[in-house]
Ligand binder design. Structure first.
Ligand code: SF4
Length: 380
């Protein structure tokens, strides 16, 4: 640990973002990668806690204090080795993870958390640039076949671990390209697809076979696949939308998030999108129901498609500006943080439930509004 009182010496500085007015004019990532000297200083804020809650709250249990300490000493290669020991794809999590580690960071009780996610991204991008990320083919092959159904992050991580252990791994993907949610769910402004392609190239080189355009259960019988494999991994994710069962919910113009986001990602990839099925928010008034990451991705997409106005409806109250972190730590603190898309022009409606969709006339099968009901939240 380079500086035991770094947490008192340095303040939190985030990686920069392109200004909202400029970034809404394109689809590229707008969050910058933290420069190395900046990340080194930020890592010195880590206190190397005896009980690192950041590590416990990280979904993949990254060894956060260990690689923070190595970054603080400018030992990027060792930091990379620590990072890859727990995380197959830090370039994805470093871009899109909600970072529960930062909520759990001890420093956040009375100050601001270490910029863990940005440091993670700086480490992995340094590893790619330095050529440290190479295929790691198994030294001996096992004659056991594993079929992985689904090529999203879970399927890819599973395939990589198995192929490195010597298994013969085939990944089945129903879409025409591998990547699942990484490719078709997350917009380019959060995760550009060359980031995915370079990782897929590594998996190919390690020996993973990809069979795309095959929908197991339709194009290929599951039983046949099961019979011809020693093991089958189901990593197909959940594509079931949660419908709003209210009057008018089947009107035209109401779409599920994953139909909308997938189509935009296909368009970005140059795929053909039929004119009749086209979902384009250009010039329209858009209401996004739901305030999670998927809702935010829809907001950002609609803004970049040049929607006239975008409003996001959330059923919970607007969080307070400040709360006592100790009441919640190490869990997430329900405090107001501006969303990136607020700067881009999105308007929020808090504590409303959607009770009906309306149309202009009974002759028109197209939504033209919605009826909201105010919710009053009381402590239970
Ligand atoms: S909780 Fe925060 S300060 Fe403590 S080890 Fe983790 S990152 Fe460092």
């Amino acid at each position: 640990m380079e500086d035991p009182v770094g947490f008192m010496r340095y303040r939190r500085h985030e990686a920069g973002k392109q200004h909202a007015r400029a970034r809404v004019r394109h689809w590229h990532e707008y969050e910058q990668i933290m420069p190395l000297d900046h990340a080194t200083i930020q890592s010195r804020r880590c206190m190397d806690c005896g009980t690192p809650h950041c590590h416990a709250y990280c979904p993949v249990h990254n060894l956060i204090p260990d690689w923070n300490s190595l970054v603080s000493e400018d030992d990027w290669h060792a930091a990379w080795q620590q990072l890859e020991s727990t995380n197959n794809f830090p370039e994805f999590t470093g871009r899109v993870c909600a970072a529960p580690c930062e909520d759990a960071c001890t420093l956040s009780i009375r100050s601001r958390a270490v910029t863990i996610r940005s440091i993670e991204l700086a480490v992995v991008e340094q590893a790619w640039q330095s050529g440290w990320i190479r295929p790691q083919p198994a030294s001996r092959k096992l004659f056991r076949r594993v079929a992985v159904i689904g090529s999203g992050p879970a399927g890819l991580a599973c395939a990589q671990q198995l192929v490195r252990a010597g298994y013969r791994v085939t990944v089945y993907e129903k879409a025409n390209r591998a990547g699942g949610l990484l490719r078709y769910g997350i917009p380019d402004f959060r995760l550009e697809k060359p980031v995915l392609e370079r990782r897929l190239a590594q998996l190919h080189a390690e020996g993973v076979r990809f069979r795309t355009g095959i929908h197991v259960g339709q194009d290929l019988e599951f039983e046949a696949l099961h019979r011809n494999s020693h093991a089958v991994v189901l990593a197909c994710g959940s594509e079931q939308p949660r419908p709003l069962d209210v009057p008018g919910c089947s009107l035209g113009g109401i779409h599920f998030a994953m139909d909308y986001l997938v189509q935009q990602n296909r368009r970005m990839a140059g795929d053909y999108v039929s004119h009749e099925l086209e979902l384009d928010a250009g010039g329209k008034q858009v209401v996004v129901i739901g305030g999670g990451d998927t809702g935010s991705d829809c907001v950002g997409t609609a803004i970049r498609q040049d929607a006239r106005q975008v409003m996001q409806v959330q059923y919970h109250d607007r969080p307070p500006d400040h709360v006592d972190n100790l009441c919640y730590w190490p869990g997430p603190v329900p405090e107001w943080h501006a969303n990136d898309h607020d700067d881009e022009g999105c308007r929020h409606v808090w504590a409303y439930d959607t009770v009906a969709f309306t149309r202009h006339s009974a002759l028109v099968d197209q939504v033209d509004g919605l009826t909201l009901q105010k919710l009053r939240w009381v402590k239970g």
